[in-house]
Write a protein that binds this ligand. Structure first.
Ligand code: SF4
Ligand code: SF4
Length: 393
């Protein structure tokens, strides 16, 4: 069942405050667990990372007030198709089969050649799935209908900003015309009861939504929730984008920004191991999540093959990890509320018995994958044969 509460929209000022305070309670609990696991030498890195993030574009049509997009210094360009195809091929050789196309900050539909890329992934025998987020306020009807023809798009997550036209404009600094395009696109998806992909929503509005807010957008969301599409609510609490966004950026919006000090920082962030991203500019970043300026860059795919970047022999990659191991956090990580220590075992890992590994085992696995890629074999098949994984308990 969707987390979205049909009766009262899942929002209330109390819920917003509780969600904010919950972060500090978690800090205490995960802090104790992190210290204990670090003492015991227990590290929880995904044993078979299979998702490669490729940023098809770094451009966006919105300027959300809670987002670092406007502060981004990297060029807001789209990735040429040839670079994209080469990135996919090189990732497959290294054992990746699942592709996350969501830009660090941007919207996939700003890429004029998006469908060439999606159809390339669809045709590729070694690609299992791909998925992405979109604010869905860029595409025209023809593009929404074209999405329905894709075969390997596993999940489309639509980010909804605001609960009506006024709050959409206040949050995104956009226009009524763009809001109406979003509404029209949602109606097209609603008209198709059986979509070929999973549809999810990230519903991000302010804490001042009236308990029983009605209006066109809310009615549409309720329809999606009734038919079982998942809606995750932010409850007016927003991420701080690696410390780049503070309460000053959202003054007057009635939202809260999570401060960076809600995390107990000890040891490298798990994202350095399971979340690499090839950015639209070609820079390869160790984290796809919140680093809009690629502070954690470990190479450039336009200059160096991926097999030499995601490699235990890459001293830049080693340095990023070693710095965090020794408590020196890069600027973007120091204030990031997405940080998750490798010494913390997430509930999700325990529940789903996700196989994990240590840093040393991760480096061995990379070595196996790189050797396989260099000799023309698929890295994933090779890594599966290495006896280094343990099931999280
Ligand atoms: S939050 Fe998403 S849609 Fe909004 S400006 Fe940032 S990247 Fe664009
Ligand atoms: S702390 Fe934040 S920016 Fe740094 S690696 Fe983790 S998720 Fe990425």
């Amino acid at each position: 069942m969707s987390k979205f509460d049909i009766t009262n929209n899942g929002y209330s000022r109390l819920r917003s405050s509780l969600k904010y305070l919950e972060q500090y309670v978690r800090k205490i609990v995960t802090g104790v667990e992190t210290m204990a696991n670090r003492t015991l030498g227990r590290e929880f890195i995904d044993a078979l990372p299979s998702v490669m993030a490729i940023e098809v574009t770094g451009a966006c049509n919105l300027k959300c007030r809670f987002c670092a997009y406007e502060k981004k210094e990297l060029p807001k360009v789209s990735m040429p198709s040839a670079t994209f195809e080469s990135s996919v091929e090189q990732s497959i050789a290294l054992g990746y089969s699942d592709f996350q196309l969501t830009p660090c900050a941007g919207d996939v539909f700003m890429d004029k050649y998006l469908f060439d890329k999606l159809e390339y992934l669809d045709r590729h025998a070694d690609v299992d799935h791909y998925h992405f987020f979109s604010n869905l306020s860029v595409p025209q009807e023809e593009q929404i209908l074209r999405l329905l023809t894709l075969k390997k798009l596993s999940t489309l997550t639509v980010s909804i900003y605001g609960h009506d036209e006024a709050s959409f404009i206040a949050i995104t600094k956009s226009t009524a015309k763009v809001y109406q395009r979003l509404i029209a696109n949602l109606r097209i998806l609603l008209a198709h009861k059986l979509l070929p992909f999973k549809l999810e929503f990230g519903f991000r509005s302010t804490a001042s939504i009236p308990a029983n807010a009605a209006g066109e957008l809310m009615e549409i969301l309720k329809e999606f929730a009734r038919r079982g599409d998942r809606i995750n609510s932010s409850h007016g609490v927003f991420n701080n984008w690696g410390g780049m966004i503070s309460d000053d950026d959202v003054k007057g919006l009635d939202v809260k920004i999570i401060p960076g000090d809600v995390k107990y920082r000890s040891g490298p962030c798990a994202k350095l191991f399971d979340s690499p991203q090839i950015t639209a500019t070609g820079l390869v970043n160790a984290c796809s999540c919140r680093d809009v300026n690629a502070v954690l860059r470990i190479g450039d795919i336009l200059k160096t093959p991926l097999v030499d970047i995601l490699s235990p022999g890459n001293q830049e990659y080693r340095r990023v990890i070693q710095d965090q191991l020794e408590g020196r956090f890069q600027s973007v990580c120091n204030g990031c509320d997405f940080y998750r220590s490798i010494y913390h075992q997430p509930k999700f890992y325990r529940k789903n018995r996700i196989k994990t590994q240590s840093i040393d085992e991760f480096m061995q696995m990379l070595d196996v994958r790189c050797a396989a890629a260099r000799s023309g074999f698929n890295g994933k098949k090779a890594a599966k044969e290495t006896p280094i994984t343990s099931v999280a308990d």
